[in-house]
Design a protein around this ligand. Structure first.
Ligand SMILES: [Zn+2]
Length: 79
C-alpha cells in the first residue's frame, strides 16, 4: 500500500513539472554557455533547471546576447 502511494506522488510531481515546463517559452538558453536551444535539443534536456533561461522569441534571445546552438540550430526555420 505504501509503495502505491509513493508511486502516485511521483506521478503527480512529474505531471506538475511537465505542466510548468510546457508554458515557459519557446527557446531555452544556458546561463553558462550563453547559447539558446530548441527545448527538444539534447543539450537543452541536459540543462539543470537553475541554468535555464527561457525566451519567447529568437529576437529576445539575441537581445540578451545569446547565440544559437550549433546542434539544434534554433535560428534555422524548417517547415
Ligand atoms: Zn541545442
Amino acid at each position: 500500500m505504501r509503495k502505491v502511494l509513493i508511486g502516485t506522488g511521483i506521478a503527480v510531481l512529474f505531471a506538475a513539472t511537465l505542466l510548468l515546463g510546457g508554458c515557459r517559452g519557446a527557446y531555452v538558453g544556458s546561463s553558462m554557455s550563453h547559447r539558446y536551444h530548441d527545448p527538444d535539443c539534447m543539450w537543452a534536456k541536459e540543462l539543470p533547471r537553475d541554468r535555464q533561461v527561457w525566451f519567447a522569441t529568437i529576437d529576445e534571445a539575441v537581445a540578451a546576447d545569446y547565440e544559437p546552438c550549433s546542434t539544434c540550430t534554433p535560428d534555422v526555420v524548417t517547415e
